[in-house]
Design a protein around this ligand. Structure first.
Ligand SMILES: [Zn+2]
Length: 343
């Protein structure tokens, strides 16, 4: 009996260690769910182009843009891929000699395209988010937190390359394969509300306006999409990245697929879809920050806040519902854009 208990404890410990909760934004699981939904909704022409460009389904390709975050400069050797063992499982499919060369070339080309105004030293990491204050009800380049190298700009650049035009601005995409690897990931991220909407807070934890786009944002009020808002030993951003474990990309819930097929098409020209999707996520971000209050941590970790949930069970239930809805939307819209590009 004691042995059984020990076995159970060590299995639980292994499960806990293997859980990809934070570092892979939205988690490999979330991205694979989005890719798997889109795989099911592709029409034959788009499916054939995806297979030709990627050699793998969207579900597998969806994690590439997070895997490349483990490419770093090594003195005297240029960029080197050195995978974090905790996340290797979702990245192993890219870890071939040709796959490493592709990842290293992408990062070398994009590393310092925007260093001056970035939280991250590596510019390509900024392609995964934008930080629009939730007081706004839509994404607009006039708002602080947006840039020509944010998630909307990066998706627009990927669409340009897939339509046969060069990528504009700082986002440097070499070919359609790289563009599709990016798009398959970023359409997932742009539906994660804390990858789009953010709160800027004063010392009393009240919402403040970070001002217009272009000027430097006061680091003291910036929560970095909820990454600086602590809840126990995790943070608000990470909690929204980690999706309910019951949603399995290998066995998609039938109700989710049915709902994805019923999502209405995005209106307007394809080039405008990234901004439209970000605008729709802004309204979800408002819900994600509702019912919360914030207290500055103080000298221990300056620049961080602690969150208080007014009704934790209700908040967590709402979060799970919204996450499922957003994953469904993302999967449907990834298929929409590829079906529109390759009718
Ligand atoms: Zn991401």
């Amino acid at each position: 009996m004691r042995k059984l208990v020990l076995l159970a404890v060590s299995v639980l410990a292994l499960v806990a260690l293997g859980r990809p909760a934070t570092a892979l934004a939205y988690g490999a699981q979330g991205h694979e769910v989005v890719g798997a939904i889109a795989d099911n909704l592709l029409r034959p022409a788009a499916r054939a182009r995806v297979r030709a460009l990627l050699g793998m389904p969207l579900r597998a390709a969806s994690t590439w843009a997070d895997c490349v975050k483990d490419v770093m400069p090594v003195a005297g050797q240029g960029m080197r891929y050195n995978p974090d063992p905790r996340f290797r499982a979702a990245c192993r499919r890219f870890d071939t000699p040709a796959g490493r060369a592709r990842m290293q070339a992408y990062v070398a080309r994009n590393w310092d395209r925007c260093a001056a105004d970035s939280h991250d030293q590596a510019c390509h990491k900024t392609y995964h988010y934008t930080d629009v204050a939730i007081q706004h009800d839509r994404y607009d380049r006039a708002h602080a937190g947006t840039s020509d190298h944010d998630i909307v700009a990066a998706m627009a650049a990927a669409i340009d390359v897939l339509q046969g035009r060069p990528a504009p601005g700082p986002v440097a995409i070499q070919n359609p394969t790289e563009a599709l690897l990016l798009l398959a990931h970023l359409v997932g991220d742009v539906h994660q509300p804390l990858h789009v909407g953010s709160v800027y807070l004063d010392d009393e934890g009240r919402l403040v306006d970070p001002g217009p786009s272009g000027g430097p944002i006061d680091r003291h009020i910036d929560t970095r999409g909820g990454n600086a808002i602590e809840d126990g030993n995790t943070n608000l951003h990470a909690q929204w990245d980690a999706i309910p474990r019951s949603i399995d990309p290998a066995v998609l819930p039938a109700a989710m697929l049915k709902a994805a097929r019923a999502i209405p098409p995005t209106p307007g020209p394809v080039a405008q879809w990234p901004a439209r999707w970000a605008s729709s996520t802004m309204l979800v971000a408002r819900e994600a920050f509702a019912g919360l209050s914030f207290t500055r941590v103080g000298a221990a970790r300056p620049g961080n806040w602690v969150v208080t949930l007014h009704d934790r069970p209700a908040y967590e239930a709402t979060r799970a519902t919204l996450q499922q809805r957003q994953l469904t939307l993302a999967g449907a819209r990834l298929a929409q854009v590829l079906n529109a590009l390759w009718p």
